[in-house]
Design a protein around this ligand. Structure first.
Ligand code: PBG
Length: 327
């Protein structure tokens, strides 16, 4: 056969396949989401996320050590308070759960990079991501509380803040609060393109943050939209976001790519709780190979343009990178 082009030539051995690989991944780009709760001596498994736990502060060090040993050095913290109220006041309180977790983690693991998820839904009695006016979230009043929350996390030891609430103007509000208080060098990773997604179901069990009524569609995005995704990302960069995020990751690779091609800041993607739960459930039933699926999902996120990958599988992926299964 007279074929000048034979793509199979470059697939003929493992060494060659790795030499020509187009997507390279690195442990330094992995971020692990950690749930911390009040109480002591607690490590409780999250029923809808087998293998993931809520830790009390005195035991979270076990997880930080495991991550450090695997070479994962960045974490995103989610706090689960004891009490909730209308205004989510434990989100921005000096001895709130996540603030205590930051100061302890900073002391015990100074080499690790700590990111604070900034949102009110774990802290409000109604489970919405801000202050209510009637049955909807009051955007502008919420901004003030989000800025206070971000500042209190940074004062407690967070190295970076990541607003996930989807209020308009929150990146600008947080930037100016941080700057006014001398934290002009603390970066903001904005959950810019965050959809109203059913893939967050297991997270809401984990963080006890499901809305008591209605849904999040007046602030999180409609998943039919792509131009709106580009608008949100552009606005956040304009307001001072240092990193923008697309969330969820798996079903949104098209938008990871489009955002990546448009912005000139790093792009994060978040492989959310529902993605994790689906893999675990199918693997538990013996229908898929967990490790291979996990690696393939990660590669697809990076191939789409992900620079920073937030995933419950951070430790396991790091191990696969060490073993050369992906990377
Ligand atoms: C807080 C927040 C959520 C997630 C991250 N930050 C839940 C939500 O918006 O309902 C989801 C993470 C996941 O599903 O893993 N607003």
């Amino acid at each position: 056969m007279d074929l000048t082009k034979r793509p199979r030539r470059l697939r003929s051995s493992e060494i060659l396949r790795k030499m020509v690989r187009e997507t390279r991944m690195d442990k330094s780009s992995l971020v692990y989401p950690l749930f911390v709760r009040e109480g002591s001596n607690i490590k409780e498994e999250i029923p809808s996320m087998p293998g993931q736990y809520r830790y009390s502060i005195d035991r979270m060090g076990e997880k930080l050590q495991e991550l450090a040993d695997a070479g994962v050095s960045s974490l995103m913290f989610f706090g689960i308070p004891d009490k909730k109220d209308e205004l989510g006041s434990l989100a921005y309180c000096e001895d709130g759960i996540v603030q205590k977790a930051f100061s302890r983690a900073k002391k015990e693991f100074p080499q690790m990079y700590l990111i604070g998820d900034v949102c009110m839904c774990e802290y409000t009695s109604h489970g919405h991501c801000g202050v209510l006016k009637g049955h909807d979230v009051d955007n502008d009043r919420t901004l003030e509380l989000l800025a206070k929350t971000a500042l209190s996390q940074v004062q407690a030891g967070a190295d970076m803040v990541a607003p996930s609430d989807m209020m308009d103007g929150r990146v600008g509000a947080i930037r100016s609060a941080l700057d006014k208080n001398g934290y002009e060098n603390t970066p903001i990773m904005a959950y810019s393109v965050k959809f109203a997604s059913s893939f967050y179901g297991p997270f809401r069990d984990a963080a006890d943050s499901a809305p008591a009524f209605g849904d999040r569609k007046t602030y999180q995005m409609d998943f039919h939209n792509r131009r709106e995704a580009l608008k949100e990302a552009a606005m956040d960069v304009e307001e001072g976001a240092d990193i923008v995020m697309v969330k969820p990751a798996m079903a949104y690779g098209d938008l990871i790519r489009e955002v990546k091609d448009m912005v000139n800041v790093p792009v994060a993607s978040y492989s959310v709780s529902g993605e994790y739960a689906m893999v675990k459930a199918a693997a538990g039933a013996g229908w898929i190979e967990e490790e291979k699926i996990m690696c393939e999902m990660a590669a697809s996120a990076y191939r789409a343009g992900t620079d920073i990958y937030i995933t419950y599988y951070a430790k396991e992926l790091a191990k696969c990178m060490d073993k050369g299964i992906i990377g």
